[in-house]
Design a protein around this ligand. Structure first.
Ligand SMILES: NC(=O)c1ccc[n+]([C@@H]2O[C@H](COP(=O)([O-])OP(=O)(O)OC[C@H]3O[C@@H](n4cnc5c(N)ncnc54)[C@H](OP(=O)(O)O)[C@@H]3O)[C@@H](O)[C@H]2O)c1
Length: 234
């Protein structure tokens, strides 16, 4: 890695779409912190990606783990220039809005919303000081209010709608600082969450998040929601 190499942190980087986000960022010349709850799982993925990938232990549902992981990353590499909040859970696929599992809602928000929020609070101030940053919140069309025509997966949907609100707030708060914040929908993708019958592979699912994570210097794309590199209605 040469001096000036940008460092990216990808949550949930050791499985599913996250692995491909890590691989594609490394292919574009970034150093990639592959974050997973189990460091060994992250290390195994890093071995497959190559020397640009570095394992990091991180449970986004734990505030202490977020602080520890970000401290470790900043201690080793000085800055985190790109943050991809990819970690996510879907815990209530069989439920509907009139049959809410409150525990599932709380657990889903803990990871899908608060996890991304904690990471953003820990990382974005450093990006603002450095006058450069890219934050990508990996969301879902299930979180789009204008496309919400079903009550299925209620906790998951609400968590992604709320994550999109975080994207809008953060983008507004850091506007003009060189930090760009966007939401990316990977589309229905084969993974632990998407299952085996999904039409797209993880490489395709990773494309829009990686595009937003590597927007060029001077690009003004921020506060948006994208799928297949095109705007998706909120
Ligand atoms: N697949 C789809 O069709 C689809 C569609 C739309 C949106 N998405 C979104 O895409 C993202 C990636 O999903 P995927 O399809 O790749 O799912 P996946 O294969 O089930 O992987 C989920 C990832 O989230 C991580 N994770 C879960 N809880 C975590 C926690 N508390 N702390 C840290 N990491 C945690 C897992 O890490 P561990 O390895 O540590 O368990 C794993 O890497 C999610 O945000 C999901 O909502 C997926």
């Amino acid at each position: 890695m040469h001096e000036g190499t940008r460092t990216a942190l990808v949550t949930g980087g050791a499985r599913g779409i996250g692995v491909e986000i890590c691989r594609q960022l490394a292919d574009r010349g970034l150093r990639v912190l592959v974050a997973a709850r189990k460091r060994e799982a992250a290390a195994e993925v890093c071995g497959r990606i190559g020397p640009a990938a570095v394992p990091l232990a991180l449970d986004v549902s734990s505030a202490a783990s977020v602080v520890e992981a970000v401290d470790e990353a900043l201690g080793r590499f000085g800055t985190i220039d790109v943050l991809v909040n990819n970690a996510g859970v879907s815990l209530d696929g069989t439920r509907t809005a009139l049959d809410l599992d409150e525990d599932a809602l709380r657990a889903t928000l803990e990871t899908n919303l608060l996890g991304a929020w904690r990471l953003s609070e820990a990382v974005v101030p450093g990006m603002v000081r450095a006058r450069y940053g890219r934050v990508v919140n990996v969301t879902s069309s299930y979180g789009s209010l204008s496309l919400m025509n079903s009550g299925r997966h209620p906790a998951y949907r609400v968590s992604k709608t709320a994550l999109n609100a975080l994207t809008r707030m953060l983008a507004a708060e850091v506007a003009g600082t060189g930090v760009l914040v966007n939401s990316a929908d990977p589309g229905w993708t084969r993974s632990g969450m998407g299952g085996e019958s999904a039409p797209r592979g993880p490489g395709e699912g990773a494309d829009t998040p990686v595009w937003l994570a590597t927007l060029p210097e001077g690009d003004g794309t921020t506060g948006g929601l994208f799928a297949d590199r095109r705007p998706l209605p909120w």
